[in-house]
Design a protein around this ligand. Sequence first.
Ligand SMILES: Nc1ncnc2c1ncn2[C@@H]1O[C@H](COP(=O)(O)OP(=O)(O)OP(=O)(O)O)[C@@H](O)[C@H]1O
Ligand SMILES: [Mg+2]
Length: 314
Amino acid sequence: MSEQVRDNIIECENLVKIYKTKDIEVLALQGLELTVERGELMAIIGNSGSGKSTFLNMIGGLDRPSAGRLIVDGKDLFKLSEKELVDYKRNTVGFVWQNNARNLLPYLTAWQNVQMPMLFGKMQSAGDGKMVLSQNRKTRALQLLELVGMSHRKNSKLNMLSGGEQQRIAIALALANNPRLLLADEPTGSVDLSTASYILDVFRELNRELGTTIVIVTHDRMLARKVERVVAIRDGKTASEFVVKRNLADVASLADDESTQDEFAVLDRAGRLQIPRDMLDRIGVSGNKVRLEYQDGRVVLSAPPADDEQEEAK
Ligand SMILES: Nc1ncnc2c1ncn2[C@@H]1O[C@H](COP(=O)(O)OP(=O)(O)OP(=O)(O)O)[C@@H](O)[C@H]1O
Ligand SMILES: [Mg+2]
């Protein structure tokens, strides 16, 4: 495997994903660049259709990228065989979805649910088809339930728990095989604001206690403020990055609407920059030209004068 990754758990360069269907091709990722350090807790935001889930699915090994470079935990996802990919999905990454029905079995208890992935691992290795769990696995499942604050409901069937509680079980389940990387796609999409806040706190605690790298996709900028770094994706490309300035321990409440992050536009390797349409509109750029000037240590963008525009249009 590649030795190139040292402190970075995710290295993604110029990643492209094209979905081909019978009559259309969708360019879902258009040269996305992102590096995530081991132990980071970060969020990805972006409008609907910007490519967030596509990107998460690529990192999670659920779908193959079309072009570019993607190294996760030292593994080149372009080069993994099908068998290696199964192993990768089982041991390197854990997934939490918006809709926890995707992970959880409603007729089993919380405790049984969390044991499922470990049981599967055992069956694979023992090959005897027996669903017998070692005490060790039961204990570990209980510890995970404690981590997400749900051990008191360990014997409750899933359908007896609220949506937020089920989501906490889903997080414990995603951690069952001790993944280095936890991926969460809109994990708070179906719960109310205070539950969402609680779930975000669970992620922060897991990140601190276990050192698991966590990447959360969310629509919600307010929730995104609770993490160290936020990357915004626009049209399948990394557009800008926000870095939190204050100590995370000071986060008082989600309703706090004060801006606490600096926003930086992301330059790709070729020095290209994506400028939001609304900013171009505000400076009156309608065509595909923008004036670029160096002034007193700043680079200033402005609309070309009407003459220039005609000149350039020739
Ligand atoms: N399996 C697929 N086949 C074809 N096109 C797809 C497929 N999955 C996603 N797309 C397209 O790729 C683009 C990116 O979709 P994606 O699901 O990654 O967006 P998203 O940022 O997660 O959006 P949302 O916030 O709505 O979940 C969209 O234009 C979408 O229609
Ligand atoms: Mg999505």
